[in-house]
Design a protein around this ligand. Structure first.
Ligand code: IDP
Ligand code: MG
Length: 149
């Protein structure tokens, strides 16, 4: 089962879209295993976005992610990485497919509502960066057999 770190970023929180994002992931069939609402520290922001260090948008990206609280979650499911990024839509909202979160709620790449891990390896890495093992819940749902083949 793959894991993905999902963030509702400061713009999504300020715009009241936490429930919308959670609702879409729930309806997709993904299973929530961890969640917390927090103000991101400079250190966590820099570690999370280390891969983008040196890029022109990096300073703005760090300022954006620490500017207000975020909703951080770990979701799991078969093919969770690809499925969740598909539900989020393309990074640049004007390239996101209709029906995706970034299409339906965003216009600018620097205000694109969500983060989702981009590979199974990064899903595990990011989940471990944001959550302690005891903050994640291993559970099964009664409807799992109707969603997981
Ligand atoms: P992703 O969030 O879809 O994985 P990445 O390429 O990993 O996209 O970029 C991380 C985040 O950095 C994006 O979600 C977006 O908020 C921001 N970002 C990426 N490219 C740009 C840009 O060209 N200008 C401003 N912000 C950007
Ligand atoms: Mg990324």
């Amino acid at each position: 089962m793959e894991h993905s770190l999902v963030l509702v970023k400061p713009d999504g929180v300020q715009r009241g879209l936490v429930g919308e994002v959670i609702s879409r992931l729930e309806r997709r069939g993904l299973r929530l295993v961890g969640a917390k609402f927090l103000q991101v520290s400079q250190a966590l922001a820099e570690e999370h976005y280390a891969v983008h260090k040196g890029k022109s948008f990096y300073p703005g990206l760090i300022a954006y992610i620490i500017s207000a609280p975020v909703m951080a979650m770990v979701w799991e499911g078969p093919n969770a990485i690809v499925a969740i990024r598909q539900t989020m839509g393309a990074t640049r909202p004007w390239e996101a497919a209709p029906g995706t979160i970034r299409h339906d709620f965003a216009l600018e790449v620097g205000r694109n509502i969500t983060h989702a891990s981009d590979s199974p390896e990064n899903g595990e890495k990011e989940a471990a960066l944001w959550f302690k093992p005891e903050e994640m819940v291993s559970w099964s749902r009664d409807i799992d057999k109707w969603i997981f083949e």
